[in-house]
Unconditional design. Structure first.
Length: 401
């Protein structure tokens, strides 16, 4: 069984808006936007593709496509590439991309990781909108989904994969019925069409219209209409004090289903890391909500502070070493899950600040992030660990001994 560590990629790589696909070579591929660390804006002017054969070791295939490769978008003032998707047909991988003004385009390659060559702007009949997603049904008919709010649209792609059947355009979801925000992604599972999207059902006490932190899903017998709202798959609220949105997908790899999503860092809604969690899907396509996790860690394994899966207070992932910074007394960082095997000590690296350590909600140790070992009563089991800050100093990582 594959072992997940969140974030999935190197800590210095920030890939949000991820669509995951398993192609004919058996590897899983990630197609997403590409954030710049510490930037105060979404995305950048390039894409990278990442692949793995085990969900642990990831290959960066380099730049797959750049904004400068587009021949028709010189008039776009902010030259960035927003959330993409990829589809395969007849020996060609088609990359569907969008730019900040809502226009979409298509690029193509004979390889799943590119480089992709721009083909054309995609004519969406004046219904421009971000976040294109493509699904190919069992009969070979391809569908494209795009747009935000009540401007979400679906259409059949023509056999050329670079134009749509304009007579087939529908509005598959709505704000009223589904709290649809953006980020369409469709899969066919057990004969049903499962529509995953950014869902604003929750946190209306924080923002009247809700926060775009959930990946929700709806199910239908038709790929373009009749979607029944089913619930939330994952909510990234709490990954960072500045978090705002989520965008992802689901995919099956080596017999296990996963949800792919992102977490922001730096006390912002930007600099987003791709993460994944295992999910279970019933025969009637019901998906139980899962929590954000750090992954599976063990005794005597150094755990970088930025593996925190939930943060409470002002503390955030940031700084030169991507540690936990900006904490106030009482702030907490959560790590799910750590298996302790006869552990009797805790050691942390940081700026020397005092911390309290909880395992399964019980205080087990008081120490400092000063490199020294602090003892506690022998403990074994798989725990959710919380680190509580007692002052404002940074934490870089820790281990149990």
């Amino acid at each position: 069984m594959e072992t997940i560590r969140n974030p999935l990629l190197d800590e210095n790589i920030f890939v949000p808006d991820t669509e995951a696909h398993v192609w004919g070579d058996g590897r899983i591929y990630l197609y997403g936007s590409y954030d710049i660390r510490g930037a105060k804006s979404y995305c950048s002017g390039e894409y990278h593709v990442y692949s793995s054969d085990n969900m642990t070791d990831w290959t960066d295939h380099g730049v797959s496509f750049r904004f400068s490769d587009i021949s028709w978008a010189d008039d776009c003032p902010y030259k960035a590439l927003y959330a993409p998707d990829c589809a395969y047909k007849d020996g060609v991988y088609y990359l569907y991309y969008c730019i900040p003004d809502g226009r979409c385009g298509v690029a193509a390659s004979e390889l799943p990781y590119g480089p992709f060559k721009d083909v054309c702007r995609l004519d969406l009949n004046g219904e421009d909108g971000i976040d294109p997603a493509v699904f190919i049904d069992d009969d070979g008919q391809a569908y494209i989904y795009w747009g935000q709010f009540d401007r979400v649209r679906s259409a059949k792609l023509n056999p050329d994969m670079i134009s749509i059947d304009k007579a087939s355009i529908t509005q598959p979801l709505s704000v009223l019925e589904h709290d649809f925000h953006e980020g369409s992604s469709v899969k066919k599972i057990n004969g049903k069409y499962v529509f995953v999207y950014t869902d604003t059902h929750r946190h209306k006490d924080v923002r009247a219209a809700g926060m775009a932190t959930c990946l929700g899903y709806a199910v239908s017998d038709n790929p373009q209409s009749g979607f029944e709202y089913r619930g939330v798959i994952i909510d990234n609220y709490g990954c960072d004090p500045g978090t705002w949105n989520d965008h992802g997908s689901i995919a099956e790899f080596n017999g296990q289903w996963y949800v792919f999503y992102h977490r922001s860092t730096h006390g912002s809604e930007f600099s987003r890391h791709v993460c994944a969690e295992k999910i279970e899907i019933s025969k009637d396509c019901r998906i139980n909500e899962v929590k954000m996790t750090s992954g599976e860690f063990r005794t005597k394994e150094f755990i970088k502070a930025n593996y925190a899966c939930a943060l409470y207070g002002a503390v955030r992932i940031g700084g030169e070493r991507l540690g936990l910074v900006g904490a106030k007394p009482g702030d907490r960082a959560v790590y799910r899950y750590i298996t302790l095997e006869n552990a009797t000590g805790f050691r942390a690296d940081g700026e020397g600040g005092p911390v309290n350590v909880y395992a399964g909600g019980r205080l087990i140790c008081r120490g400092k992030a000063d490199g020294r070992v602090y003892g506690f009563e022998c403990l074994s089991g798989r725990f959710e660990i919380e680190i509580e800050f007692c002052d404002r100093r940074c934490l870089y990582g820790f281990e149990f001994l």
